[in-house]
Design a protein around this ligand. Structure first.
Ligand code: H53
Length: 827
């Protein structure tokens, strides 16, 4: 402290921050204070939004003391923490989660009731922050929840998109996107700090200069923007810990383009300002198929540079010896999106802090680790060098030097094996920068996200690197947080579990094993089945209120919710529905023979992905016909509620009987929806793909409906030349289902509407849906057979729950900590 600054004299000013009293009275008092002083309204005059804000603020107040303490600890302690760099965080609603973390759920409900309010009505007002597309973003949210719950120091770094993932509506069965203005009513969970903004530069050129006889490079940027941090609390479950999620928002620098302004061109100055603020305007809506747009690279550099600077310049003490940086932080790269952080840290260390190149490179290699989340080649980002050179000229220079030195090492090891050098070069033959290669060369570890995925990553995608860097590759199977996806989503099941095996399982999910013997207990099965039935009724209520849909109580609930992508094969499920419908209307089976099923789809398509949008249209069209055809006698129903998101997932997952995980083997890196369903007692029908493999191994073959080709079989079929038409000819039901679509049965007699979908399948079928159809239909018959035996089905469902504890994201975090991060919990 500066000697001239007066010290606080009031005892409260020097004391630690305290939380309001954790009683109904304490809660009421704080809630009313927030309503009056925070919103400037009396209770009697408050709007629903006022009440939601005041409630959120009250929950925040209970977390504040702990958060401030953890922030202080982070600055003063010497412990190492995780800086998770992710372009996406798909958080879901915050209120319930934060109430759960603090143990205030009941008190809050009573307190609001005492104010004459229904907490359920208030919580329904929360708009979820949809700052992610799908699996990758939701995984990041689960990971930061687990780290806080385990007491591991962590900052999540990302982008505060002004518009998150689009809101999906259907017009005549076709997807229409609307902007997700999630901030329009304000955002009660964030703490903006414009005064702490970082300046992030772009463009310009580099030049060399003489530094005491040493030639050095420096970057002369052309323009810059401000990165404004917005802090969010990430509370641990019942452990008094609160980590931070720091999302950056772009703002034009003060006096942005002052020159233009002074020249009198006011409009041009405002245009420039808009340009700068565009950087954090909108989330790119492509899940695992990036478009390589310049603005996307701007977004990536923007948040990564702000985050690295934040950690190195603000969180670490001013005099910190940067050669010891690896003792304090690991920057975890969530996919290739933040990989520009590698040359950025080099630039900071070499250009800004004056370190020698070799010393800086040694630090950098220890400070990064890379997670790959895909095997689709089109999802591994590649940036054209002219684009990179224009936007980040100094970084391109640094990447070239990293590559030159790396290829020298390769030459040293293998001689002039030019083919290998071409294969391993970070710079592709066309000059583009392969970000996955850069991450692999720089990362201390590289991991895939499920056993099969990690194996294929090593053997098929990056085999040269696996050979060159022994021990660098590892697997960490994904996980999901049981706090949100069991406790909050499925309170009925949670109560039953706690009544049966006692508390403690929510933070030690392997303890679900203790449920195993109860699978053979008829009264437990009865209780388990009634929880499932109640969850179905709750979903029915939600879908009715939300979308006017009707769910029939007596139906099996067969669910496929995930992004729409051809590799995930929504068409395979749809073809099976069509074939069942076809069997009924053609008289091959009577409706009475068909197991009554409701098929639930939830899926957004990337707005530019035409085939995915046609498939959505077809699902809706099939639903319209099947649901209203009297010949079906109500035995089949297809429901497609629009705008599937985390909030809806929390309703759908606990209600499901059957979980569809039917991607072509070798294409889904892991999947995490598959884990959520198993943990909530749905049985899976699935291929040997991603984490399905591990789910099946754990729950047992007899509690999983396996079908389809294995990954080696897929490879063999592809090598021999795949002809989908052969599979159509070999299966009458498939042929007939395709014919029915082509006949226009789902498009008012006009067969041309869905012709592109059918002909794409019959002539190309890039993800071999037709090759797996016969096997899928056979597995579905096994589903029907088991479902007919209610007791046997429930027994399997219970065993799915009991044996899925492995899929807690707490376990994933332990694996990362032990094998990659070496960041133990801080007590
Ligand atoms: O990441 C999930 C996986 C899933 C995979 C998904 C993903 C994205 O959502 C976006 C980009 C990307 O490269 C991968 O498709 O299989 O479960 C989390 O690891």
């Amino acid at each position: 402290s500066t000697p001239s600054r007066p010290q606080p004299t009031h005892p409260l000013a020097a004391a630690p921050v305290t939380a309001p009293e954790a009683t109904v009275d304490g809660f009421v008092e704080q809630f009313l204070r927030n309503l009056n002083n925070g919103r400037g309204v009396a209770l009697s005059a408050s709007t629903p939004n006022d009440r939601y804000f005041a409630l959120a603020a009250t929950v925040r107040d209970y977390l504040m003391a702990r958060w401030l303490e953890d922030v202080r600890r982070q600055r003063t302690a010497q412990s190492k923490g995780v800086a998770y760099l992710s372009a996406e965080y798909l958080l879901g609603r915050q209120l319930d989660n934060n109430l759960l973390a603090t143990g205030l759920t009941e008190i809050a409900g009573e307190a609001l009731a005492a104010c004459g309010l229904d907490i359920d009505e208030v919580r329904a007002l929360e708009i979820e922050p949809g700052l992610g597309n799908g699996g990758l973003g939701r995984l990041a949210a689960c990971f930061i929840d687990s780290l806080a719950t385990m007491g591991v120091p962590n900052i999540g770094y990302g982008i505060r998109y002004e518009y998150g993932i689009f809101r999906q509506t259907f017009v005549d069965g076709q997807q229409v996107e609307q902007a997700d203005s999630w901030l329009s009513l304000g955002s009660p969970w964030e703490f903006p700090h414009p005064e702490a903004a970082q300046t992030i530069s772009f463009g310009g050129h580099t030049e060399t200069y003489d530094d005491d006889g040493v030639t050095r490079s420096r970057w002369i940027p052309a323009w810059n923007v401000q990165a404004v941090p917005h802090n969010y609390m990430v509370p641990g479950y019942h452990n008094g810990r609160v980590n931070t999620l720091r999302l950056w928002s772009a703002q034009a620098t003060q006096g942005f383009d002052l020159r233009t302004f002074n020249s009198g061109d006011y409009q041009e100055a405002v245009r420039a300002q808009t340009y700068a603020e565009n950087i954090s305007k909108v989330l790119y809506p492509e899940d695992s198929t990036p478009q390589g747009k310049e603005l996307r690279l701007q977004q990536q550099y923007f948040f990564v540079a702000a985050s690295i600077s934040d950690f190195v310049n603000l969180i670490l003490p001013r005099d910190f010896d940067l050669t010891r940086l690896p003792e304090r932080v690991i920057f975890q790269l969530n996919d290739t999106h933040p990989v520009i952080g590698v040359p950025e840290l080099m630039r900071v260390l070499v250009d800004e802090r004056g370190l020698e190149w070799d010393a800086a490179w040694a630090i950098t290699r220890e400070c990064f680790a890379y997670t790959c989340h895909t095997l689709l080649p089109e999802a591994l980002e590649v940036w054209p060098s002219d684009l990179l050179g224009r936007l980040l000229p100094r970084h391109l220079e640094i990447i070239y030097r990293i590559n030159d030195e790396f290829l020298d090492e390769v030459r040293e090891r293998y001689g002039d094996d030019e083919d290998r050098i071409r294969r391993m070069s970070i710079i592709a033959p066309d000059g583009a920068v392969r970000m996955a290669f850069l991450a692999t060369v720089a990362g201390s570890k590289v991991n895939g996200v499920a056993e099969l995925h990690s194996q294929l990553l090593r053997e098929k995608v990056l085999p040269d690197f696996d050979e060159f860097f022994p021990g660098k590759f590892t697997n960490v199977t994904n996980g999901v947080t049981p706090r949100r996806f069991v406790k909050l989503a499925n309170p009925g099941l949670s109560r039953l579990i706690t009544d049966t095996i006692g508390p403690g399982w929510l933070t030690d999910l392997e303890r679900l094993r203790e449920l195993e013997p109860f699978a053979d207990d008829a009264s437990f099965r009865q209780a388990f089945a009634s929880v499932k039935a109640a969850n179905k009724r709750a979903l029915a209520k939600t879908l009715h209120a939300r979308d006017g849909l009707t769910v029939d109580d007596g139906h099996m609930l067969d669910v496929m919710v995930k992004r729409l992508h051809e590799y995930k094969r929504q068409t395979l499920k749809l073809l099976h529905i069509v074939s069942q419908y076809d069997a009924i209307v053609s008289g091959r089976v009577s409706p009475a023979e068909v197991t009554p099923r409701t098929f639930v789809f939830g899926a957004k398509a990337a707005p530019g992905y035409a085939m995915a949008k046609r498939i959505i249209h077809l699902i809706n069209a099939v639903g319209e016909v099947v649901n209203t055809d009297p010949r079906v006698e109500g035995r089949l129903a297809v429901l497609f509620p629009p705008n599937y998101n985390v909030t809806l997932a929390e309703r759908v997952v606990p209600a499901a009987d059957l979980s569809e995980q039917i991607s072509l083997a070798g294409k889904e890196a892991s999947g995490t929806g598959n884990m959520k369903f198993a943990l909530n007692g749905a049985l899976t029908i699935g291929t040997d793909d991603g984490a399905n493999v591990e789910i099946r191994q754990l729950v047992g073959d007899e509690n999983f409906f396996l079908f389809g080709m294995t990954e080696p079989e897929v490879a063999t079929l592809a090598d021999g030349g795949y002809h989908p038409i052969d599979f159509v000819r070999a299966d009458e039901n498939l042929q007939s289902a395709l014919d029915l679509i082509s006949s226009g049965a789902f498009s008012g007699g006009d067969g041309s509407v869905f012709e592109p979908v059918v002909s794409n399948l019959v002539h190309h079928d890039p993800f071999m849906a037709l090759a797996d159809f016969t096997s899928y239909a056979a597995a579905q018959q096994k589903v029907d057979a088991l479902y007919a035996d209610t007791e046997a089905w429930t027994r399997s469902a219970i065993l799915n729950v009991a044996r899925s504890g492995f899929f807690s994201s707490d376990r994933s975090m332990r694996d990362y900590i032990d094998r990659i991060w070496h960041t133990p919990p801080v007590r």
